[in-house]
Write a protein that binds this ligand. Sequence first.
Ligand code: PLP
Length: 228
Amino acid sequence: MKSDLIGKKIATLKKEIQGAKLVAVSKLSSIEEIDLAIKAKQYDFGENRVNDLLEKAVHFSNLNISKIKWHFIGNLQTKKIKELFSVPDLYAIHSVDSIRLLEEMLKKENELKSKEVKVFFQINTSHESEKNGFESIEELKLAIGLLLKRAKPKLVFYGLMTMGTIRTDNFEAEAKRCFSDLARIGNEIKTHFNLKEKVKLSMGMSSDYKLAITEGSDYVRIGSAIFK
Ligand SMILES: *Cc1c(COP(=O)(O)O)cnc(C)c1O
């Protein structure tokens, strides 16, 4: 039965990722499949399209399933910020990839339905041209500085996100390099801003989460290994 299978996969993954958080990426999954995951006590879900996220989040919010935390993990267009900010139980945005986007988000901060939303900055550690994300540490520092300097923020700096290289003959070595780069940048940011907490790392998907865990991931984003 599918319900058993989803539950078993989630239980196995949670053991494998040790203390890290599992974000179940439900972008290709139906409401019914998400429901099965919830029955298996999975409450963190990731979506990469604002429309789909809003639809699913509203559905579960209307059912009063209050434990759910929604993670936005996709490319965010400026014109979609307003809609994203209206999502109930929005917990984190993993994909803030430029200062320009951050500035637009800050302008609309008061429209956030959630009291607080965690912000991850996406870093292009693979340097592939089709990938989004910060390429320069100096720009990243400027962006984080913008977030940190506000008095009563709703958008709070939380961590960094990256994806491993897709086109490569050496998938493992490349993924490992991307993930260790992100960990190094996280440490540099922590020192630079004299932060008390670890800069959280959002890295690892179905194909490479074990490598990401080895490199210190705090949030793995896993879709196909759960729902396919
Ligand atoms: C789809 C997606 C994932 C999950 O990918 P799987 O290979 O299905 O685990 C993780 N992160 C992002 C940004 C995605 O778009």
